[in-house]
Design a protein around this ligand. Structure first.
Ligand code: CP
Ligand code: NVA
Length: 309
């Protein structure tokens, strides 16, 4: 049994194995419809319990399909309906019940510490479905999408992030270290990665550059990633922050600094950080990106259950 909490704590060879498995599985079920089960039904009889402390559309749907396609089932708990959220039951006791009734637990949380607390008491795998500091299932799936579209290992590509230094970027930074790809980050000086992340970069990698000019960051990119300037629960002066990102808006002119065949990716939901004529252009692969979450999360589930082929 393995947990899936942060990319930085998972060996690179395991992350690669997950992507390879997802490629194979996606290819093999081309003719199957959404709810048809993969051959061999590898997670038959298994229950994935999901809980979202923050909103979700894609993660919720993609984990639903992922476990179903592996032959298992899922149940989504509402945190406001549990004793836990009202202080009426401990994480320890909640974790014991989850472990007795279910086989894996996917948690989207507003507190990183909660993932660690649950991990301590669960005897089933826990998967991080987004926390304030990371979004590992999203980024692993995005690596898959980049390689699928570019038909090359990501280590051979120039990846650019333009936007806020948030949870999604933290996972992209961890991925850059694990998969050894060049990452240019374009963000305002005030919004560069936290000290902890800067230290992690310094200690592990020399392929990451932080630039405060979006054009320089976009130059020569094979892929440009972005995300909302204001994340869920971001306690900031929203209009002030948005105005500080004005120069970092992804528009056609900024895309023209990248390679001709550069693609645009965004985990969604979107805000005003990208112009419609980029977001809806041929270069934008955001719908394919969202759908791939299903395939990669299936292989993440199999990894957690110790069942990767
Ligand atoms: N990208 C992503 O995680 O989307 P949701 O918040 O809708 O799950
Ligand atoms: N950075 C965004 C990602 C949403 C999927 C947030 O945390 O709100």
């Amino acid at each position: 049994m393995k947990h899936f909490i942060n990319l930085k704590d998972i060996p690179a060879k395991d992350l690669r194995k997950i992507i390879t498995d997802a490629k194979k599985r996606k290819r093999q079920r081309k003719k199957l419809s959404n709810l048809e089960v993969d051959k061999g039904s590898p997670l038959k009889g298994k229950l994935l319990i999901q809980m979202f402390e923050k909103s979700s559309l894609r993660t919720r749907l993609s984990f639903y399909l992922a476990i179903k396609q592996l032959g298992g089932s899922t149940l989504t708990l509402r945190p406001d309906e549990l004793h836990l959220s009202k202080g009426g039951e401990s994480i320890q006791d909640t974790a014991k019940i989850l472990s007795n009734f279910g086989n894996a637990f996917m948690l989207r949380t507003s507190k990183d510490k909660k993932l660690e607390e649950f991990k301590k008491y669960l005897s089933i795998p826990i998967i991080n479905g987004l926390s304030p500091s990371s979004h590992p299932t999203q980024i692993l799936s995005d690596i898959f999408t980049v390689e699928e579209i570019k038909n090359k290992p990501i280590s051979k590509l120039n990846i650019t992030w333009i936007g806020d230094s948030n949870n999604v970027l933290n996972s992209l930074i961890a991925a850059s270290i694990k998969f050894s790809f060049k990452l240019s980050i374009g963000c305002p000086t005030k919004y560069q990665p936290s000290k902890i992340i800067m230290k992690y970069i310094k200690n592990n990698n020399n392929k990451i550059r932080i630039l405060h000019d979006p054009k320089k960051a976009a130059k020569g990119a094979d892929v440009i990633f972005s995300d909302k300037v204001i994340s869920m629960n971001d306690k900031v002066n929203k209009s002030k922050k948005l105005s500080q990102f004005k120069k970092f808006k992804i528009n056609k002119s900024l895309m023209s600094f990248a390679k001709k065949n550069c693609i645009f990716l965004h985990c969604l939901p979107r805000g005003k950080e990208v112009e419609e004529d980029v977001f809806l252009s041929k270069k934008s692969k955001v719908w394919q990106q969202a759908l791939n979450r299903v395939h990669v999360q299936k292989s993440i589930l199999l990894y957690c259950f110790g069942k990767l082929r």
